[in-house]
Design a protein around this ligand. Structure first.
Ligand code: UT7
Length: 321
C-alpha cells in the first residue's frame, strides 16, 4: 500500500534566547509564575533579518539533508503559519525560491497552532493520491511580531521557530512505516477566545494576539483527549502501544492533563515547552526533530502528534517512523 512516510526532519530557532527573568524586566511577571503555570523557562525571539521564511528555509534544508534528498526532488511544499512574511504571496513560495526548487505545488495552511497537523494531513492525502512523490511539510512562526508586549497574560507564553519534515510516498507493507491515521476538526464558535485583533480585510493592520487563556485551556484538554481517541480507533491501536506522543507545546499542564485522561505514561510525552515556549504551528515538528536527534524517537516507533489552537482548530495524527 502507498503511505506517506516521514523520511527526514529539521528545525531552526532564532539566535536570541529570552529567559523568564529577561521578560520580568519588561512586564509585571516572575520566573516563578511562568514556570509554575506553564512550564516555560525560556523562548527564542526573532531579531532583525530573521523571518518566518528564513527560519522555515533553514528547517527545510536540514530536513532535506536528514532525508538525503535534493530540493529539486520536492514536488509539494505546505507551510503552516499564522505569521506569514507577507499577506501574499504564500510564504511557502518564498521557501520554494530559497531552496531553488521550481514548478511544484507550494502553499500556506492557516490553522494557527494546529497548522502542522492540518498541513501533515493535507500532504498525506496529496501524496497518497499521487499528486506528488516527495513533500516538505513545515511549521514556522514569528509570533513575537503579533504579541502585545504590554500584556503579561499572553506575551510570556510564545516564542519563534520552525520545524520541517520530508514526507515521501512509499509502497510499504501493512506493518511498515508511514502515516496511519489523521483526524482534523474546527469549531468557529469559539474564535473570540483566541484571535488576532486585526487583518487585511478588517483593520488593514496586522493586529495583536488576544487570548482568554483559562477558557482555551479547558477546551484544549477535552478536545485533544477526544481526537486522540478517534485516531487510535481509526488505526486500531491501543494507547499503551504508542511509543511517543509529540504534542503541541502550549502548556506543560495541558500535556500532563491530556496524558492522564488517556492513561499515557508521562515519560512517553516529548516536552520542549520549557525550552521553546509555544511556537504555534512550529511546535510539533520542532519537538519531533529534538526527540529524533537526541535518539529517543527511532525507526519503527509509533508516534502520535496532536495540537489545538485558534479557530478553534485541533487534530491528531498517528505515524510509524
Ligand atoms: O496554543 C494555543 C492554545 N493555547 C493554550 O493552550 C493556552 C491555554 N491556557 C493556558 O496555558 C493558561 O490558561 C495560561 C498559562 C494562559 C494562564 O494560566 P492560568 O492558571 O489559567 O491563569 P489565569 O489566567 O487564571 O490567571 C491567574 C492569575 C490572574 O490574577 P488574578 O486575577 O488571580 O489576580 C492573572 O492576572 O495570574 C495572573 N497572571 C499573571 N501573573 C504573573 C496572568 N499572567 C501573568 C503573568 N505573570 N505573566
Amino acid at each position: 500500500m502507498i503511505r506517506a512516510v516521514i523520511t527526514g526532519s529539521g528545525s531552526a530557532l532564532p539566535a536570541q534566547c529570552v529567559t523568564n527573568d529577561d521578560l520580568a524586566q519588561r512586564v509585571d511577571t516572575t520566573d516563578e509564575w511562568i514556570q509554575e503555570r506553564t512550564g516555560i523557562r525560556q523562548r527564542y525571539i526573532a531579531g532583525e533579518g530573521e523571518t518566518t521564511s528564513s527560519l522555515a528555509t533553514e528547517a527545510a534544508r536540514k530536513a532535506l539533508e536528514d532525508a538525503g534528498i535534493d530540493a529539486s526532488e520536492i514536488g509539494l511544499i505546505i507551510l503552516a503559519t499564522a505569521t506569514p512574511d507577507h499577506t501574499f504571496p504564500a510564504t511557502a513560495t518564498q521557501v520554494q525560491a530559497n531552496l531553488g526548487c521550481r514548478g511544484g505545488v507550494a502553499f500556506d495552511v492557516h490553522a494557527v497552532c494546529s497548522g502542522f497537523l492540518y498541513a501533515l494531513g493535507t500532504a498525506d492525502s496529496l501524496l497518497r493520491t499521487g499528486m506528488a512523490k516527495k513533500a516538505l511539510v513545515i511549521g514556522a512562526e514569528t509570533f513575537s511580531r503579533i504579541l502585545d508586549w504590554e500584556d503579561r497574560t499572553t506575551c510570556v507564553l510564545f516564542g519563534d521557530g520552525a520545524g520541517a519534515v520530508v514526507l515521501e510516498a512509499k509502497d510499504v507493507e501493512e506493518d511498515g512505516p508511514g502515516i496511519l491515521a489523521t483526524r482534523l476538526h474546527a469549531d468557529g464558535e469559539h474564535r473570540e477566545l483566541l484571535y488576532v485583533d486585526g487583518g487585511p480585510s478588517t483593520t488593514g493592520e496586522v493586529g495583536k494576539l488576544r487570548m482568554k487563556g483559562r477558557e482555551v485551556f479547558r477546551h484544549a484538554v477535552v478536545n485533544l483527549a477526544d481526537v486522540l481517541r478517534e485516531v487510535l480507533e481509526d488505526a486500531s491501536v491501543e494507547a499503551a502501544d504508542v511509543d511517543w506522543v509529540v504534542p503541541h507545546q502550549a502548556n506543560a499542564r495541558i500535556l500532563d492533563a491530556t496524558a492522564r485522561k488517556l492513561n499515557l505514561a508521562p515519560e512517553k510525552v516529548i516536552v520542549t515547552v520549557d525550552q521553546h515556549a509555544n511556537t504555534s504551528a512550529a511546535s510539533v515538528p520542532l519537538a519531533l526533530d529534538v526527540a529524533k536527534k537526541d535518539g529517543r524517537i527511532k525507526p519503527g516507533d509509533l508516534v502520535m502528534f496532536e495540537a489545538m489552537g485558534g479557530g478553534f482548530t485541533w487534530g491528531a495524527s498517528l505515524a510509524r517512523m
